[in-house]
Design a protein around this ligand. Structure first.
Ligand SMILES: C[S@@+](CC[C@H](N)C(=O)[O-])C[C@H]1O[C@@H](n2cnc3c(N)ncnc32)[C@H](O)[C@@H]1O
Length: 255
């Protein structure tokens, strides 16, 4: 059973985020670094499209791409009053097409589910096709802060919203150090007004180091690095000693 098939529980599990602040940060990136006026914003792996409402409020058109139809239906219902400005499409981020162009793309919470170099290349080719020259691609938590692999890590937290309590535990372990592959086991216990449900999801992800990402971008001729910061702060340089928080990277489609 996948938590992604229960979007209302997924939303509680990730409700620790300050969505208006995050939408404000996206807007600040646009104001400061976009070389084209931004009308349309595209989210990769949008899930329930948590930022759509705030972005539309700021005057943008929102497009979300996800592989999970239940998530898309949930988002479509949630934002049905914005159906002129919110578009939700089904597709695989590893290779997709979209017939319009956008001026800003983002991916949140490290949701870059790409297995290896071929998928990485086809994903960036797809982004390159839909993103106007001068437009930005913002990646949250997709590139590691430190240049080394740790053997294992555990992270646990509980959160409650509207009478639904969700306990999440993430167990991450290195499974192949040569290929920088990690396995992440995400165990979730839900108490929905006395009804209990449990989910265990296992994902394999490849750790991407800063130098490697820089090289990947430098080897292409369609993107340039704008900047990267620790924990969503343009004043927080990525090379500061503290490795906590969500690292964010901003790249631009060259003109
Ligand atoms: C951690 S959630 C992030 C959702 C949302 N962006 C947010 O900020 O809450 C990851 C999402 O990526 C979607 N996903 C996983 N693999 C995908 C793929 N290959 N292509 C498109 N979406 C994918 C999942 O269905 C899920 O909705």
């Amino acid at each position: 059973m996948l938590l992604y098939d229960y979007p209302e529980y997924y939303e509680v599990a990730f409700s620790f985020r300050n969505i208006p602040d995050e939408a404000g940060f996206i807007d600040a990136c646009i104001q400061q670094y976009s070389k084209v006026p931004v009308r349309s914003i595209f989210e990769v792996g949008c899930g329930p499209a948590p930022h759509a409402g705030e972005l539309v409020k700021k005057g943008y058109r929102y497009v979300g791409l996800d592989i999970n139809r239940t998530m898309l239906d949930h988002a479509r219902y949630k934002w049905r009053h914005l159906d002129q400005t919110v578009e939700l499409i089904e597709g695989d981020m590893a290779g997709f097409s979209y017939d319009k162009q956008v001026e800003f793309v983002y991916v949140m919470l490290g949701s870059l589910y790409l297995n290896g170099a071929t998928e990485m290349t086809s994903h960036f080719n797809a982004i390159s096709r839909i993103l106007k020259p001068g437009g930005l691609y913002f990646l949250d938590w997709c590139v590691q802060l430190s240049g080394s692999l740790s053997e294992a890590a555990t992270n646990k937290y509980s959160i409650e919203r509207d009478g639904i309590a969700v306990e999440s535990e993430f167990n991450i372990r290195l499974v192949d150090s040569d290929r920088q592959m990690y396995e992440e086991i995400w165990s979730v216990n839900v108490n929905d007004h006395g009804r209990h449900k449990s989910f265990v999801m296992t994902e394999r992800n490849r750790a991407m180091f800063p130098e490697e990402f820089l090289k990947f971008i430098a080897d292409r001729d369609d993107f340039e690095l704008v900047g990267w910061w620790r924990d969503w702060g343009m004043d927080k340089s990525i090379d500061q000693a503290d490795e906590s928080g969500r690292p964010v990277v901003l790249i631009r489609r060259v003109q």
